[in-house]
Design a binder for this molecule. Structure first.
Ligand code: 6GU
Length: 227
């Protein structure tokens, strides 16, 4: 998978892709994340990427020209399966969307800032508009990192235990059961006996029971949809 991220704050994305699982995924050649500075696609001397909004009102709007230049250049180099705009008025990201998008090959993610981008850029170039939840961030960069993380960890070979993405919370529209590690007893706090029993069938049944219990209690909306 190749992910091209277009942003006016490229440095903000240095860290998320330089550590742990995402770093290893790039080192193994399973994903390539390329961050582009939108300013490099401006033509004005001031390298301006935003301007006042027509009709008045507070907040700057990202201009269509640099966005057009950036996306047109990338599209001239390869085919893209999705051109995603990160925006709080987009469709809320969920595991199903992550699963589908993780099967694509080349993606562009455009990070919005300020009041957003000129509507004509959205209409002309964007194929998917995605939000990461009902709250407002100062820009789309952190949201883009969240989206990219959710996709990259699903790529075959990224997680060391190939089955572990399958047992994530939400992968079956259910929350995960509680987990424990050593010591078996800490200041009188004990690990549930069944997990120490070595009895795989009983452990599996216990985990299912706890997952259901947890989902019912914390996410009744998900619990009602289970079959
Ligand atoms: Cl994608 N962008 C911004 N600015 N805020 C958000 C968001 C995106 N998703 C949730 N809040």
């Amino acid at each position: 998978m190749r992910i091209d991220i277009i942003t006016c704050l490229p440095r903000l994305l240095d860290s998320p892709f330089s550590h742990s699982i995402l770093k290893r995924a790039s080192e193994k050649g399973l994903v390539e994340v390329i961050v582009h500075d939108l300013r490099d696609f401006t033509t004005s001397k001031q390298r301006q990427t935003d301007d006042y909004q027509f009709g008045g009102g507070a907040g700057m709007v990202m201009m269509i020209e640099p966005i057009h230049n950036a996306i047109t250049k990338l599209k001239s180099e390869r085919e893209y399966d999705a051109i995603i705009y990160m925006t709080p008025d987009g469709k809320t990201l969920n595991q199903g969307m992550a699963n589908s998008l993780s099967m694509l090959k080349n993606l562009i993610i455009l990070c919005g800032h300020y009041k957003g981008v000129d509507e004509r850029a959205r209409e002309r170039y964007i194929t998917h508009e995605i939000s990461i939840g009902d709250y407002v961030l100062s820009g789309g960069e952190l949201a883009a990192a969240v989206l990219a993380d959710s996709l990259i960890r699903l790529l075959p070979g990224v997680l060391s235990d190939e089955t572990s993405a399958l047992t994530d919370s939400f992968q079956d529209n259910m929350l995960s059961p509680p987990v424990y590690t050593r010591p078996a007893e800490f200041m009188g706090l004990k690990v549930p006996e069944v997990l120490l029993s070595g009895h795989d069938k009983n452990i599996e049944a216990w985990r299912m029971e706890k997952a259901l219990e947890r989902t019912k209690e914390r996410r009744p909306d998900l619990y009602e949809k289970l079959d």
